[in-house]
Design a protein around this ligand. Structure first.
Ligand code: UDX
Length: 440
């Protein structure tokens, strides 16, 4: 779109930030019938998006983007100036990464606020999609009043999308949470989300911002809890998969997020748990539980490598096949991936690693060391045929659906460490594997 074309049109929504959250929200709102324009400071990214090229892997997203571009509902622009004045809603979806002490880095968020405030129409609304510390939306309204002499409502509309299932999560969420500072902004938000049928909760700004952190911190707590139960299962003879099912069928507990393994990763849980702990600290409260959740999560990765090391006594000179680089299945994201930590630890202990992932190799190469001791393989077969042990680090369906009977014939060793409990323990034993998993 040329700046001239942009000026001639108005937009229901302008999304700032063509990252994961921004792009999914933009494509889905465009698919619901809104006119949406996405802005990103990276002109190459915008150029590629205009041709329907998505910068990350998310099942189905390319189809929705192409469809909404063709229907002239989704547009892209590299500049705020040409589109923000024509927007009814400006949705902020820029990254808010963690600083080393867990504090949220909101630098990019404030840069956007300062840039859009003078450009926005006085009746327009800002919607926070970025995860920001509690109190940020209120601060933003005060800042806009000061710097742009305008009274613009800032709404908190947290996202709960999971990578790999984002489109489904967007259209069929368990609930939508909206923190609105006025009746007017609440009405606008109600119209925006009319097409999504689910429970809708309208709260204060601070409550909505807290719901996001509390939800992610609670889910991470569930994972660390079941991982500790798994570690005790190993020494007591209980099976954590059945324990989780037995616990989870109690409706008060619920079966989801009780899969024991090598811990949680990704762009949200690690960052948000650390952030909430930090936010508590800055409010003179020590969140002891979250401190343990974080500790358990990093321990779980080390403990897994120690288990492999104990088996061999020393990992020096051993070749380990690592299946999975992404932080979970169905994504190419390797941020805070347990697999990356495990590979680094295996290399540190003197092992050679042969790694395979269906889609995350390119991203993994950017964060893993370049060394002849780390080789990437195109297929599962290639990785396992030369290994002294096989490690499953990501819950990819291609690993659980693989024909392990046929694979075994090609494998140098029948030793398998399943860090995600994705294989059938009994069947693996019957096939003659030396099979170790988590808490079983
Ligand atoms: C998460 C939240 O689910 C989502 O609501 C929020 O908006 C963003 O963060 P995502 O990071 O995409 O989504 O991944 P999710 O599917 O929640 O898994 C997070 C991590 O926990 C993964 O590493 C996964 O392997 C791990 N996990 C998940 C477990 O170890 N056990 C489980 O039972 C569930």
């Amino acid at each position: 779109m040329t700046p001239k074309e942009a000026q001639s049109t108005s937009y229901d929504i302008v999304v700032v930030g063509a990252g994961y959250v921004g792009l999914v929200a933009a494509a889905c709102f465009a698919d619901l019938g809104f006119r949406v324009c996405v802005i990103d400071r990276n002109p190459d990214k915008i150029e590629r998006l205009q041709h329907g090229v998505i910068p990350f892997f998310e099942p189905g997203l390319d189809l929705v983007v192409k469809r909404t571009i063709a229907r002239k509902r989704l547009f892209f622009s590299p500049s705020l100036e040409s589109v923000v004045p024509h927007a009814k809603i400006v949705m902020i979806a820029v990254g808010t990464p963690s600083q080393p002490n867990g504090k949220v880095d909101t630098h990019d968020y404030w840069k956007v606020i300062d840039a859009i405030a003078p450009l926005m129409h006085a009746t327009a609304l800002i919607v926070d999609k970025s995860t920001v510390p509690i109190g940020t939306a209120q601060k933003a309204m005060k800042r806009i009043a000061r710097i742009a002499k305008k009274s613009i409502d800032v709404v908190s509309f947290p996202e709960f999308l999971r990578e790999g299932t984002a489109l489904d999560d967007f259209l069929k969420p368990d609930r939508l949470v909206v923190g609105a500072p006025s009746k007017k902004s609440e009405r606008i938000m109600k119209r925006l989300i009319r097409g999504i049928r689910t429970k809708k909760i309208f709260t204060s700004l601070e409550t909505a911002e807290m719901i996001k952190y509390a939800s992610n911190a609670f889910l991470a707590t569930k994972i660390s809890f079941i991982n500790e139960i798994a570690n005790i299962c190993e020494s007591t003879g209980a099976d954590v998969v059945d324990v989780a099912l037995g616990m989870g069928l109690d409706k008060r507990i619920g079966t989801s997020f009780l899969r024991a393994g090598i811990g949680y990763g990704g762009s949200c849980f690690p960052k948000d748990v650390k952030a909430l702990k930090h936010i508590a600290g800055s409010n003179h409260y020590s969140f002891k539980l979250l401190k343990s959740v974080i500790e358990v999560n990093s321990f779980q990765r080390k403990y897994f490598v120690e288990k492999i090391e104990r088996h061999f006594r020393s990992l020096k000179g051993k070749t380990i096949a690592v299946l999975g680089l992404a932080f979970k299945g169905n994504t190419d994201d390797v941020r805070e991936s347990a697999s990356i930590d495990i590979i680094n630890e295996l290399l540190r202990k003197g092992a050679k690693v042969v790694a395979h992932d269906p889609v995350a190799e390119t991203n993994a190469r950017k964060v893993l060391p370049v060394t002849p001791k780390l080789i990437y393989c195109q297929t599962i077969e290639h990785a396992v045929k030369q290994a002294d042990a096989t490690v499953i680090a990501t819950e990819w369906r291609t690993f659980s659906d693989a024909n392990w009977k046929t694979l075994k014939k090609k494998m140098k060793s029948s030793l398998v460490f399943d860090g995600r409990n994705i294989l059938d323990k009994q069947k693996m034993k019957e096939l003659g594997f030396d099979y170790y998993s988590i808490g079983r």
